[in-house]
Design a protein around this ligand. Structure first.
Ligand SMILES: Cc1cc2nc3c(=O)[nH]c(=O)nc-3n(C[C@H](O)[C@H](O)[C@H](O)COP(=O)(O)OP(=O)(O)OC[C@H]3O[C@@H](n4cnc5c(N)ncnc54)[C@H](O)[C@@H]3O)c2cc1C
Length: 154
């Protein structure tokens, strides 16, 4: 069984973190509080959901914005409209079969060291899904610990 890697958010950062986790032999578990992927690039009229505005167009070219392992479609504009960016992220997720690793409608509420962290290095993720408050334990390994402003990978 591969070690599990916890990734918070199925935006651009979480998706590529998951793709790299798989490439390095880990099993990603992506927690996404919304019901679909794309993060800020999925337009929403809900004022409680952070998203681009309808007029948003990317200010960097599609060549500069692309993940290095997945080229954007020739059909996209050079400076992609947000609908094309979302389409690109969806295509990326489909190509690398990432959706099956995403727990949608699942909000992480706490990331904490396990009680036996000193001995095991384990971390515990607490999350709410539609039914329950749940926890999941993740083994720590030096190879799999990454933290940035955009995502937490344990
Ligand atoms: C108008 C605009 C233009 C931009 N232009 C560019 C550009 O040209 N080039 C560029 O590189 N970047 C640009 N950016 C920056 C953009 O934010 C990044 O490119 C990228 O989309 C950020 O991805 P992310 O996954 O880090 O964050 P997000 O897209 O914000 O995704 C975070 C995800 O995490 C989920 N989440 C948050 N908290 C939790 C939780 N507790 N539990 C579960 N899920 C959670 C959210 O629901 C969301 O789906 C632009 C941003 C904006 C708004």
């Amino acid at each position: 069984m591969p070690d599990k890697v916890a990734i918070i958010g199925a935006g651009a950062s979480g998706l590529t973190a998951a793709r790299q986790a798989i490439a390095y032999g880990f099993e990603p578990v992506i927690f996404e509080k919304l019901s679909d992927l794309g993060g800020i690039w999925r337009y929403s009229e809900n004022p409680n959901v952070r998203s681009v505005s309808w007029s948003t167009t990317n200010t960097s070219s599609k060549e500069l914005s692309a993940f290095s392992d997945f080229a954007p479609s020739e059909a996209y504009s050079k400076f992609m409209h947000h609908t094309e960016v979302l389409n690109y992220l969806e295509a990326y997720a489909a190509h690398f079969k990432l959706r099956e690793h995403i727990k949608f409608d699942t909000e992480v509420t706490l990331v904490a060291r396990a009680d036996d962290w000193e001995q095991t290095g384990d971390w515990v993720i607490t999350y709410n899904d539609k039914c329950n408050a749940c926890i999941m334990k993740f083994k720590h390994s030096n190879k799999s610990f990454i933290m940035s402003t955009a995502l937490v990978t344990l």
